[in-house]
Design a protein around this ligand. Structure first.
Ligand code: SF4
Length: 432
C-alpha cells in the first residue's frame, strides 16, 4: 500500500478521501437503523444480502485508484481522444435470434444498456463536441428502427464523418427515405447478417425475419446506387456458419456476387446451436475454422497479423457508447458499464473514468483482476487469465508502441492505414 500511495497523484488521493468518509457515514447509518420486531425474517435476510452487496460494490470503487496505470492511459486533452467511436443507434431489435443475449438475459439488459434509441439531439451534441472521422452506429440492436436515423446520416455527411454499420444489421426494415439517405449521404460499409441462401435456412436463426424482404431491400439500395452513380454504401453479406446452412455456402457466394456485395463467413460463437458438421469441407470452402474459437486463440492470431482483434482494442481505438451515453467500452458489454456518461460530462471525462483506466491496465496484464471492473467477469478476460497470462492485449499507449508509432511517422510509413500498420507491428513483435 505504501508504494501505491507514493505514486498516486494528488487529485486521485483527494478523490479517495472524498469517497471514504461518505462510505463510512453510510455504513454507520445502516448499522444504526433499528430492526422492527414485526419484520419478517425472509425480508430481513434479503435486505441484509442487498446491503452486503451494496457495501461490497462501494468498497470496490474505493480500491480502484492505481497510480502509474492512471497516468499512462489517461487522456490529457481532447486532441488525444480516439477519432472513432461506436455509439449505439438502437438496442431494440425486432428479431428473436436463439443465441442472442439481448433475448436470453432481459434482466442483464435492463440493468445495463437497456432498450432504447439514440436521439438526434444527443448524436449532434457528441459530434459537435469532438473531432471524429468515423462513427459506428450498430451493436446490440437494429439501427434502422431508429426514427431519427436519416437526420443523423445527413448531419454526419455535413460534418465529413463516415458512418458505418459493421457490427451488423438484419435489414428487414428499411424505409424509402432511409435507403435514399444511405446512398445520397454516402454511408460507409453496412454488414448485413444473412445466415443462409434460402428463406428456409434463413429463418432458422433469424426468427421473425424474412429472407426475401432482406434481399429486396438490398436491391432497393442497389437501384439507388445506380441512380446516384455511387459506390456507397458498400454492402457486405455476413454468413454465420451453422450445421443447417453449411451446404449453402456456394449459393450464397454466387448470390452475393449478383447483388454486388462483399461476403464473409464467420464462426458461430455459440457451440450449442447447430455446430458445423463437416469442418474440413467448411474450412476448404470458406477458409474459416467452423469450430468455435477461444479469445486466447484469436489474440494469438491477431499478434501474428492473421486476423483483426476486435474485442478489447475498442477501449482505446473506438470506445463503445450506449444510446443513453453510458460508456460500455467494448461491443461485448451490455449488462455493465465503466461509469461515466458522455452526454453529461463529455467524452474526455467519461473516458478518463477510473474503472476504464483500471480496465485498460487489467487487460494489458499490468494490474490484477478487480471486482466491479466489467472485464473481470468477461469470458475474454477469463480466457486470457486461464491461459496463464502469457498473452495479453497490447496497449497502444505503451511506451514501446508509442515509440514505434513515432518512428513510423518519422519515416512516413503507412500513415493512411494505421490499423494495418499496428497489426504488422504486433506480428513483428511476436516474431522477435
Ligand atoms: S475483457 Fe471483455 S469486457 Fe473487457 S474490453 Fe475485453 S472484451 Fe470487453
Amino acid at each position: 500500500m505504501d508504494e501505491r500511495e507514493e505514486q498516486e497523484t494528488q487529485s486521485e488521493q483527494e478523490e479517495v478521501e472524498e469517497q471514504e468518509p461518505e462510505q463510512e457515514e453510510e455504513q454507520e447509518q445502516e448499522e444504526e437503523e433499528p430492526q422492527t420486531e414485526d419484520s419478517e425474517e425472509e425480508n430481513e435476510e434479503e435486505s441484509e444480502e442487498e446491503e452486503e452487496e451494496e457495501e461490497e460494490e462501494e468498497e470496490e470503487e474505493v480500491e480502484i485508484p492505481i497510480k502509474r496505470a492512471y497516468k499512462a492511459e489517461m487522456y490529457k486533452s481532447k486532441e488525444e481522444l480516439p477519432k472513432m467511436i461506436r455509439i449505439e443507434a438502437s438496442t431494440i431489435c425486432q428479431l428473436h435470434c436463439p443465441s442472442c443475449y439481448m433475448r436470453q438475459d432481459p434482466e442483464g439488459v435492463a440493468k445495463g444498456c437497456g432498450n432504447g434509441m439514440l436521439s438526434f439531439e444527443n448524436f449532434k451534441k457528441i459530434v459537435d463536441d469532438n473531432n471524429f472521422v468515423e462513427i459506428e452506429l450498430s451493436n446490440h440492436g437494429e439501427i434502422f428502427l431508429n426514427p431519427e436515423l436519416v437526420k443523423m446520416i445527413e448531419y454526419a455527411y455535413q460534418k465529413n464523418i463516415r458512418l458505418t454499420a459493421e457490427n451488423g444489421v438484419n435489414f428487414n426494415k428499411l424505409t424509402d427515405e432511409q435507403a435514399e439517405a444511405l446512398v445520397k449521404y454516402k454511408f460507409g460499409r453496412i454488414i448485413i447478417s444473412i445466415d443462409g441462401a434460402s428463406p428456409e435456412t434463413y429463418k432458422k436463426y433469424r426468427v421473425h425475419g424474412d429472407f426475401n424482404t432482406v434481399i429486396n431491400n438490398i436491391k432497393k439500395v442497389n437501384a439507388l446506387k445506380e441512380k446516384y452513380h455511387s459506390e456507397d454504401p458498400i454492402l457486405r453479406w455476413k454468413f454465420i456458419l451453422f450445421g443447417y446452412n453449411e451446404h449453402e455456402v456456394e449459393k450464397a457466394r454466387q448470390m452475393a456476387e449478383e447483388l454486388n456485395m462483399e461476403i464473409e463467413f464467420v464462426t458461430n460463437w455459440d457451440p450449442d446451436f447447430s455446430p458445423c458438421k463437416d469442418l474440413e469441407q467448411v474450412k476448404r470452402l470458406t477458409g474459416v475454422e467452423g469450430e468455435t474459437h477461444t479469445p486466447y486463440s484469436r489474440l494469438k492470431q491477431f499478434r501474428k497479423g492473421e486476423i483483426c482483434w476486435y474485442y478489447c482494442n475498442f477501449l482505446w481505438e473506438a470506445p463503445q457508447i450506449n444510446w443513453d451515453g453510458q460508456i460500455l467500452g467494448c461491443c461485448s458489454l451490455y449488462k455493465e458499464n465503466f461509469g461515466g456518461n458522455v452526454f453529461e460530462e463529455g467524452l474526455l471525462n467519461a473516458l478518463n473514468n477510473p474503472k476504464m483506466l483500471y480496465a485498460k491496465n487489467m487487460i494489458t496484464g499490468k494490474a490484477p483482476a478487480l471486482k466491479g471492473i466489467p472485464c473481470t467477469t468477461c469470458y475474454v478476460y477469463e480466457d486470457l487469465v486461464r491461459n496463464g497470462g502469457k498473452l495479453w492485449v497490447p496497449s497502444p499507449n505503451s511506451k514501446w508502441n508509442k515509440f514505434k508509432a513515432f518512428i513510423n511517422k518519422f519515416l512516413k510509413k503507412n500513415e493512411e492505414e494505421p490499423e494495418e500498420e499496428y497489426q504488422e507491428e504486433e506480428s513483428q513483435e511476436e516474431e522477435n
